[in-house]
Design a protein around this ligand. Structure first.
Ligand SMILES: C[S@@+](CC[C@H](N)C(=O)[O-])C[C@H]1O[C@@H](n2cnc3c(N)ncnc32)[C@H](O)[C@@H]1O
Length: 238
């Protein structure tokens, strides 16, 4: 079994803002935390780099973007070059960030942590944040506790590490040491969205094939089957 098949599919599709709420939600969220030009911001699991480039160009802050998928790094490199955005791109695993402790004012994770060993990754976010730094994390969250066999099926489809409820995410964050943990859903930011979520941009990589379409269909069927599968926005301080 390929645990990575869903992430490989996203990389082949070259899909931008591959997180719930899409880029309009990203912009509304970033507006609410307003990084300033002196700040250092880490975009973990940056995918094709849409958020990283926006951070660098719109807020003029210092951006480091990390992803472990080589195709995603290639997409992000191209975007940064095309948009002349001064971001530092690293191909690395967020579970073991090759970065010094207390380097960042803000860590942004958009649908990333759930694909990793959640406990280990949250510890890494905490480690690289400066004291009183800000974590912004959009993550798959179940509206209620699913049965073990349901969780197993969702893990198989997406290669996620676990399927947590809001309460379980908050507990994990607090156990890591995060304080002032706040939870939102997309609707809380609807009014500050300048545009509504729409179909994200894609840039097909070579090798996009019938198998990729099967993964897409499996995703649609899983979303229909598990209506409890939702997302939440977690904000917390280190
Ligand atoms: C659903 S995509 C979201 C991408 C991007 N944040 C966005 O919103 O478009 C998840 C991303 O996390 C990356 N990722 C997953 N596990 C990772 C890990 N352990 N270390 C670094 N990146 C990881 C994947 O390669 C993928 O680009």
């Amino acid at each position: 079994m390929n645990d990575q098949k869903y992430l490989d599919f996203l990389a082949k599709l070259g899909i931008s803002s591959a997180h719930p709420g899409g880029f309009p939600l990203t912009k509304a969220l970033l507006d609410s935390i307003k990084p300033n030009a002196a700040e250092h911001v880490l975009d973990v699991g940056c995918g094709t780099g849409e958020t990283s480039v926006y951070l660098a160009k719109h807020f003029k802050c210092n951006v480091v973007a990390v992803d472990k998928h080589p195709a995603m790094i290639e997409h992000a490199k191209k975007r940064a070059a095309w948009e002349q955005a001064p971001i530092t791109l690293l191909q690395a695993d967020v579970e073991h960030l090759p970065l010094s402790s207390e380097m960042f004012d803000k860590v942004i994770a958009e649908s990333v942590t759930v694909f990793t060993n959640i406990e280990q990754t949250l510890q890494e976010y905490y480690r690289v944040l400066k004291p009183k730094g800000c974590l912004l994390d959009i993550e798959m969250t179940s509206d209620y506790k699913l049965r073990p066999e349901e969780i197993a099926e969702i893990k198989r489809v997406y290669g996620v590490h676990n399927v947590l409820t809001t309460e379980e995410w908050v507990e994990q964050l607090q156990q890591t040491g995060f304080k002032e943990v706040k939870v939102y859903n997309g609707l809380d930011f609807l009014q500050s969205m300048t545009e509504l979520p729409s179909v994200p941009a894609i840039e097909l990589s070579q090798g996009f094939d019938a198998e990729a379409f099967e993964i897409w269909l499996e995703h649609i069927k899983t979303m229909e089957k598990y209506q409890a599968l939702n997302y939440r926005i977690y904000m917390a301080r280190s």
